[in-house]
Design a protein around this ligand. Structure first.
Ligand SMILES: [Zn+2]
Length: 189
């Protein structure tokens, strides 16, 4: 046994002997560290995700592929239940992910979720652009200033729209779009 191994063995023995004390000490240290760096773990995991996104996705895909049919089915059911429990939340998460992909600035996610939830509880909504009534299941959530044009993914830049308006508008500039709709919206932007 060389010197290094001896030290390691000693440390291990010490750790095993004072296991509980060490756990408490580590917890205290971790708490102190987090007080100074409150976003450390969040940032580290985001960075890891960015750097290794490819690898992480492949691992997840491989893991899914290795499951039996029954297990796959159970997983799908679980995802469905999760979705049905909080449709507005799922909707808001997808929208946020899309916005992030387009490099948009993200506003208060909780406020967006609450707003989407309120809209989804209605039977029908009015399109912000053409003012026509649309059944809620067919409504779109639209960015007033398109993300492509630098619009934020935030409550003040969101509106409810009918599908035709949303697809017609696309990434159209507001000044151009205003001339194409029947009743131009007065915009303070
Ligand atoms: Zn419309």
């Amino acid at each position: 046994m060389d010197a290094r191994e001896k030290v390691n063995a000693k440390q291990r023995r010490h750790y095993a002997k004072h296991n509980e004390r060490m756990k408490i000490r580590n917890r205290v240290r971790r708490g102190r560290f987090l007080e100074k760096n409150p976003n450390y773990f969040r940032d580290a995991s985001r960075k890891n995700r960015q750097l290794n996104n490819h690898k992480i996705l492949k691992k997840l895909r491989d893991k899914y592929a290795a499951l039996s049919d029954d297990e796959k089915k159970a997983l799908r059911e679980k995802a469905k239940t999760y979705y049905l429990k909080d449709k507005a939340g799922a909707f808001a998460r997808v929208a946020k992910r899309r916005a992030l992909k387009k490099g948009a600035e993200i506003g208060d996610q909780k406020a967006i979720r609450e707003w989407v939830k309120k809209q989804k509880q209605r039977r029908s909504v009015r399109c912000f652009w053409c003012n026509k009534s649309t059944p809620t299941r067919a409504m779109h959530i639209d960015h007033i200033t398109a993300l492509k044009n630098g619009g934020r993914h935030a409550l003040e830049n969101l509106c409810v729209s009918c599908a035709p308006c949303n697809s017609k508008k696309g990434a159209c500039k507001l000044s151009d779009w205003n001339q194409r709709i029947e009743q131009p919206i007065l915009l303070i932007v």
